[in-house]
Design a binder for this molecule. Structure first.
Ligand SMILES: [Zn+2]
Length: 228
């Protein structure tokens, strides 16, 4: 994957064995992705993006409305497994700490902390929450499907909810899942575990997902709807 900056917009260009170009804009950051046939010249790519620049800007504006940027101040909402929690920022102490009480998420943070620092503390809390749930779901479903996960991690991903390395038996889950309802996280877990049996999205793969989660379509749809 190569990134090209066109009219100030970073575009992730992926060369694939396909016949025509495919342009998409992804939440939460409005990342632009363009899949192109293997030998497409850069001039052709640039021209295609320029022809669609208005469309890209409209999509990015829609995503910004659906995914407002947080300042991490009191009264904002932070989602945890689909539940909105009201953020309460207490300016105390030297280090940030996060604690949930009912539907309130209390962030204790130093008076001069920046939105970036507050974001990092809250993400740290979300990561720990997701880790706990994912560990439970991965153990339960790996056992049920009869596959072995050698390694799994959580990281920030721009365009995917999860990935699976078939040969290394390694699974990555997106940190953004921490905001999603548990049935959606369960779908991603089962999806990635079925990849340990079948690397590609072929009929056998989807039969595996269907067998363990007959309602996977609804879960998948809900996963891709904005939570906020
Ligand atoms: Zn997949």
């Amino acid at each position: 994957m190569k990134e090209r900056i066109i009219e100030g917009i970073p575009v992730q260009v992926v060369r694939k064995r396909i016949r025509s170009m495919n342009l998409s804009v992804h939440p939460p950051e409005g990342t632009v992705r363009l899949s192109v046939p293997l030998r497409t010249p850069n001039q052709v790519i640039d021209r295609f993006v320029l022809e669609h620049i208005h469309w890209i800007r409209v999509q990015q504006a829609k995503i910004r409305m659906a995914y407002p940027q947080h300042q991490y101040t009191s009264g904002e909402h932070v989602y945890s497994f689909g539940t909105p929690l009201e953020l309460l920022v207490q300016e105390t102490g030297k280090r940030g700490s996060v604690q949930r009480t009912g539907d309130v998420l209390i962030l204790s943070a130093p008076k001069d902390s920046t939105p970036e620092q507050r974001k990092a503390w809250i993400e740290g809390w979300q990561r720990a929450q997701l880790h706990e749930q994912a560990e439970y779901l991965l153990t339960k479903w790996a056992d049920c499907i009869g596959v072995e996960v050698r390694e799994w991690h959580i990281k920030r991903m721009r365009t995917k909810w999860g990935t699976c390395n078939y040969t290394a038996h390694r699974i990555w889950l997106s940190l953004a899942l921490a905001e999603k309802p548990l049935p959606c996280i369960e779908y991603v877990v089962v999806h990635e575990l079925c990849h340990l049996l079948e690397a590609s999205h072929n009929a056998r793969f989807w039969a595996c997902v269907e067998r363990y989660l007959p309602d996977w379509r609804e879960r998948k749809q809900r996963l891709n709807e904005p939570v906020r």
